[in-house]
Design a binder for this molecule. Sequence first.
Ligand SMILES: Nc1ncnc2c1ncn2[C@@H]1O[C@H](COP(=O)(O)OP(=O)(O)OP(=O)(O)O)[C@@H](O)[C@H]1O
Length: 703
Amino acid sequence: MSEAIVRQADALADEQHAVDLAYGRRDELLMEVKQGLVDAVPRNAVEAARLTILRRRQADLRHAETGLVFGRLDAANGSTRHLGRVGLPSPDDDSEPLVLDWRAPAARPFYTATPLDSQGQRRRRHIRTNGREVVGVDDEPLDAGGESGDLVGEGALFAALSARRTGRMGTAVATLQREQDDIVRAAPDGLLVVQGGPGTGKTVVALHRVAYLLFSHPSLASQGVLVLGPSRRFLDYIAQVLPALGETAVVGATCETLVPGVAVERDESRELAKLKGRSLWQSSLTAYVRSLAPVPTALDFLVDGETHTLPAHRIRRAVEGAVSGRDLHAARRWFVENVHDLLTDAVIERHEELLDGVEDGFEDLLARVDAGLAKSDNRGTLTGAMGSDVDGTLTDDDIERLHTRIAGDRDITGVLDGFWPLYDPRQTLQSFLADDALLHEFAPWLDEHERAMITNALTPLAPSDIPLLDAVAELLGPTEAASEQGEFLVDRAAAQRDWAYGHVVVDEAQELSAMQWQMVARRVPSRSITAVGDIDQAEAPHRHRTWEGSLTPVFGERWRRGDLTICFRTPREVIALTGPVLARAGSHNEPPRAVRDSGFEPWEVTSADPELADTVAGLVEAMRVRWQSGSVGVVAPRSRIAVLREAVPDAVVLAAVEAKGLEWDAALVVDPDGITAEPRGWNGLYVALTRCTQELGQVRPAD
Ligand SMILES: Nc1ncnc2c1ncn2[C@@H]1O[C@H](COP(=O)(O)OP(=O)(O)OP(=O)(O)O)[C@@H](O)[C@H]1O
C-alpha cells in the first residue's frame, strides 16, 4: 500500500473516532435535555425562560444530525479543534469544547486562513460524512507559504457543488468561502448591501448571516430577525435551511405579507406599480396625514351643568403642541389629555370665583349654581360632590377626582371625538387615493393621467398599496397600545405591525421599490439591515440599474456595499454566454467568475412554432434521462407557460421572474427572444440562462 493511501486511511480512522465521540456526546446531551423537559410546567418567568432555552437547545441538537462535525483546524502550536454545526461541550469540565460551533470567533480561520495568512494554523481539514460515517477528508496545509487560490477547501466544495440538485436548498456551512464569510461575519451596524451575480451564494450568505448574528449578538435574538423574501414559494424553499443552522427565532415574510391582517386582493399593471412605488409618496402621505389634524376652533364643554368654553387660541396651542414630533393618534391622545387638564383648571377657576363671590353675595350665587346642576343631571352639586375643605378650597384629592370625572365623561369625549376623530389606515389611504383634488394638493408631482390611473384603480388592495398602507398606518400611529399575542417572540413580532426587529435580511433586494424600502426601514429603527441581491436580475417595474439609484431616495449615503464575485452554481460554459446579455440589460457589473466547468457545452435547437410544445416535451424527457434523480426546469415567456405546462405536466415550467433564486441540474430556456420582449426582458433572460448547475439548452421557434 502506498504511503499516501495509508495516511488517508489513518486520517479517516482518526476522524471516524472524533465523529463517533461527537455523536455520542450529542445523543447524551439530547437525552439530558429531554429529561429536563419531561412534565416540565413552568411555575414562574425564570423557569419559563429556562424551558425555552432547553427547547431551543433540543431543536439545535436535533437539527445537527447531519454534518454534526465537518472540519478540523490544526494549530501551529500542536492543538487541534473540531468544528461543527453546533457547539458540543466536553463531558469532563474541560474549557475546550469537544466540537466548536462554526459561528464562534475561534472558528473563523477555518473559513479565512490562507498559506499567506495562516492565522496561527498549520492545516485545515474538511471532513465529509454520509450520515454518521466519515467518507472522506480533504487537507489543506496552511504553513507552506506560497500562493493563495480563490477557493477554500476545494475538494469539499466541489463535492458539495456536484451533488444532484433536489430543488431544496441545503446549507453550505462546511464550505463557506472567504468572501462569503466576510459578509456573514460583518458587523451588523447600518445597511450592508451585497451585490452578487447569479449563483454567487447570496441566499446562502444571507441565511448563514442570520444564524451567525443570532449566535454572536444575543441582543438581536431578543428582538428577532426578519427575513424578507420575494415570494411565499421562495420562503418555503429556504425554510429548511435556518432550522438546520440552528435558528428558529426568525420571522419570514414577503413585502406583501408584512402588514398583519392585510392581504393583497388583486393584481395590478406594471405602470401603476411603478407609480405607486415612487419615493415621493412618503412626503405626500406625511403631508396628507398631517393635514388631518383638526383646524382649531373654540370648543364648548358641559361640566357639572356649566358650559365651559375653551377659546380657539387655547385649542390652537394644544393642537400645535400635540402634533409636533408625534404620529396623529399619539398627538390626539396628548391633545385630549391637555383638554382634560384645561377643563379641570377651568372648573377650578370657576369654583374659586364662587368662593370669591362669598364676600359679595355668596349665597345667591351658590343657589344659582346648585339649581343649574340639579336641572342638568344627578351628579350632585359642585359644592357637595367635591367634598372640599370646610373653608371651600379644593383638596388635591378633589382635583384628582374632578379630572377623572372629566376624562370619563361621555359628553366631553363625544365633543373631542367630533373635533379630532380616530382614523382607520385603510379608509384613510383609500379616501386619499380616490380624491383627485387631494392628490392634486398633496402629490403635485403626479400629472393628470397619473392621477386618473390612481383614482380609477381603488379597491381592493394591490401589491403596491401595501407599502402605502404601511406608511399611513405608521403616520397615524396605533389607536391604542398593542396587545402582546402569542407565547413566542416570533408570533408576537409577526402579529405586530410596528414591531422593532434587531436585524432585517432582505433577499432579492433589487426588486424593492422606494416605498417598500421605507417599509423595511420602519421595522428596524437601528437600520441594521443586510440586503442581498443582483441589480442585473431586477424585474420590478422601477427603473433602477444601480444600487445608488435604488437606495439613495430612502437611505441617502448611509449604506455600504459588499460584493460576491464567485459563481458556485452556473458552470463556466454558461457564464461565458451571459456577457452580451448583461450588456443589453444595461448592466454596470461584470458577470461573476464560475468556479467550475460542467463539461457540457450549452446547446440550441429550433422548432417550428406549432410543434414547439412537443419538441419541449421530448427535450425535457431526454434531459431527465441524462439527469436521473436530478432536476430539470423549463423557463419560458409568460405567454407560452400555459401551453407548455399542458405539454409537460410533470415538469417545472416557470416564467423568468418566477425562476429567480431557483436552480436545477439542467435548464431548458424556451423562446429566449420571447423572454427578452417582456418588460425588463434582458434581465429576465439573464435569470433564465443562469439557473442550471450542469446543462443548458435553448429552443427557438423557427420563423
Ligand atoms: N460556499 C458554498 N459551498 C457550497 N455551495 C455553495 C456555496 N455558496 C453557494 N453554494 C451553492 O451555490 C448555489 C447558488 O447559491 P445561491 O442560491 O445562494 O445563489 P444566489 O446568489 O442567491 O443565486 P441567484 O442570484 O440565482 O438567486 C446553491 O446551490 C448553493 O448551495
